[in-house]
Design a protein around this ligand. Sequence first.
Ligand code: TRP
Length: 453
Amino acid sequence: MADKNSAIAGEEPPSVAGLSIAGTSEAPAAGAVEQQIDPWSVSAGQDAEGNVLAFDYPAISNRKWNTKLIDQAILERFERVTGHRPHRWLRRGLFFSHRDLDKILDTYEKGKDFFLYTGRGPSSDNIHIGHTIPFEFTKWLQDVFDVPLVIMLTDDEKALFREDLTIEQTMKFSIENAKDILALGFDVKKTFIYSDLKFYGNGGSHMLWNAFEFSKLIPFNQVRGAFGFDGSTNTGRIFFPNFQCVAAFATSYPFIWGDDVNSPIRSKKTAAIPCLIPCAIDQDPYFRLVRDNSLRMKNPSPKPALIHSKFLTALQGPGGKMSASNPNSAIFMSDKPKEIQKKINKYAFSGGQETVELHRELGGNPDVDVAYQYLTYFEDDDEKLDKIYAAYKSGEMLTGELKKECINLMQAYVKGFQERRTQVTDEVLEQYMKPRKLEWLGKKGKSAPPAET
Ligand code: TRP
């Protein structure tokens, strides 16, 4: 029942982004607030008493947006096809939903090319673990599949959507963020990272043509509902989604495939190369738009496939949001060991009891405990994790002990990052940002199993 305000017609359900997403179809109780998820604002629901609720992911993705939940069957197929055990973030449901991942596995199985595309909106130069995790995961996918990767830094988007930021500032953040992202260890032969505002004018002409051709297919009605635009929205915001969409077309990067950048022709063959996009679930509205229209391009591109992640839990607990403007909401990649220790001890929401005696008697609640949650992000050993879960729940393990485990892991992660970050000089960055032909082997590559970080 798509009306004329509807986001996106076609196979996907009608207008969804910007709508509040209730856990059920029932009206919320009086005084309750529904969760809200769209590409620019994310907030958890509240119950009638004003308590913040955890996000209800199946409600939004599976039931409202009609994505597929990642289940055991697809994980088993992933392992069969790639020969790699699924990453712990897949096993534990941090990446929990997808569109057409099975088709990407078909493509890979047949030894055909596809590429990975992800991005970041550079809104500050202060990144935290909520920012690094999606990129760590993308790097793992790149290692497993041995495929090209493009990383889009949307300094245009951030300057348009944040009243307080200028394009000079966001372009500067792009450079700082790019260095941080590269400190995660992407292979320079297979990775192209770009600042939108610089690339469009310098090697990105095919992307501009794609954006204009694509924009011609998209009436305002179609984005108005999806992104919450109205008559007073600045026109840059209205045009921007075209860019984030066409970044999923292989023809936006002719140099990667050895196509002629100076030719006015965008290759039909290149257009047919599939794309897989790892992203947080709030980015899905963009990609529904491209999925519904990619086949309408003169040189059609397949609907991009997606793997969606949940939001990472803020230190304050489920429903909270890691925020660059609140240093106590997250572990930042610039934090010193002592700061990490203090933040986790002081701010990490605890599922423990008020006193040691009570804790021993009643046990803790690992399901709401943030230190435990972070262990599930970074501790790879499933057995060890199960033991900690049981020990904390029974009261045998105390909150301080659980937090210590978490502090050790987080300190090691941040330290490793900081060491690698010092290696990413301007010269290194320049290599990754240069439009050039990439080299990859896909299924033909017999690379060693990638290490999980
Ligand atoms: N809009 C995203 C943000 O604000 C950045 C982005 C662009 C992105 N393209 C992407 C994120 C593809 C994930 C996948 O952070």
